[in-house]
Design a protein around this ligand. Structure first.
Ligand code: SF4
Ligand code: SF4
Length: 304
């Protein structure tokens, strides 16, 4: 068991973790709460996730200290704002302390289906235009990283939340061994190794970037023009169905605005008219069994 450090904490510290459904916000806040408890600190955690069907916002307030009375963080008092999705981070920015609060964000953007206001092929979503470089210049202390890319390179894209926990662990005062032990107790056994690597990768990333001048840290982050160029670049729709997960409920078929889905003879959904599919992702969002995955990926050839 690691040696414990107990700091005199007269005022509770506050960490706000935000993201969208399915990203592991609640798991992350549970890990942090358990690490705090190991230090003998009081912890209060509150969360909202009831409306978080994929694409919906999820947030969790964690407050810890010698004595904690309120479970919720007032505006402007979060010591750390940890965002697993870019726009969710911006939505909660008012809660971050302006005098030294740390903003830690995955630059990953999860655009909800209803951000696409037009059914026209290749239409642009209504989504926060602020680019990482602009936001990082606004906050006092911050880390913006492509945690999903780091996790994917380690072989497990779902470990992006553990990459961010690694970064968070460098911003708080708790022993690294406690983080490692609590994470090991809270991830599935088959994902343990990937999560260990992800945690270390997050710490390494933070250590390498903390001492770098801001200009150096910002140089690889996309600006607003880069984002805009990526948005208007021609896209094509990548549509995947996991047949074993489809129970043939017909919801997606009925709700597809372009009427381009159907059930086959085995009552498995299939794309009957690929040319008509706009990539709006409504079917993905509505499928109760996660059987559909729609991505708008850069087109190799310009889309007419
Ligand atoms: S198949 Fe899905 S992504 Fe394509 S148009 Fe229909 S609802 Fe939208
Ligand atoms: S909503 Fe999902 S489970 Fe239902 S038919 Fe469509 S893909 Fe299958």
């Amino acid at each position: 068991m690691a040696a414990k450090t107990r700091k005199a904490a007269t005022k509770p510290r506050s960490v706000l973790i935000v993201g969208v459904g399915g990203q592991g916000v609640i798991m992350m806040s549970k890990v942090l709460a358990l690490v705090c408890q190991r230090q003998g600190l009081q912890v209060k955690q509150s969360e909202v996730h009831g409306m978080a069907k994929r694409g919906g916002g999820v947030f969790s307030h964690i407050r810890y200290g010698e004595t904690v009375w309120s479970p919720t963080i007032p505006k402007g008092e979060a010591d750390v704002l940890l965002a697993m999705e870019w726009a969710e981070g911006l939505r909660w920015l008012d809660f971050l302390r302006r005098d030294g609060g740390a903003f830690i964000a995955d630059t990953k953007r999860i655009v909800p289906p209803f951000a696409f206001r037009s059914r026209k092929y290749g239409s642009q979503p209504i989504y926060s235009p602020e680019a990482p470089r602009e936001v990082m210049e606004m906050v006092g202390s911050g880390f913006a990283l492509d945690a999903t890319k780091i996790a994917t390179e380690l072989g497990e894209s779902r470990a992006a939340n553990t990459v961010l926990l690694g970064v968070l662990s460098t911003a708080l005062e708790f022993p690294v061994e406690d983080w490692q032990e609590v994470i090991a107790q809270n991830v599935p056994a088959k994902a343990l190794e990937a999560n260990k690597l992800a945690f270390e990768a997050g710490r390494d990333w933070a250590d390498a970037n903390r001492s770098a001048p801001m200009e150096e840290r910002l140089k690889d982050l996309p600006g607003r023009d880069d984002r805009r160029a990526a948005e208007i670049a021609p896209k094509t729709v990548q549509f995947d169905i996991t047949g074993e997960w489809c129970k043939g409920c017909d919801i997606c078929v009925k709700m597809c605005p372009e009427r381009c889905l159907r059930l086959n003879d085995e009552m498995i959904v299939e794309l009957s008219d690929p040319e008509a599919c706009t990539g709006c992702r409504i079917c993905e969002w509505l499928c109760p069994d996660f059987a559909i995955r729609v991505r708008r990926v850069p087109a190799l050839e310009p889309v007419a």
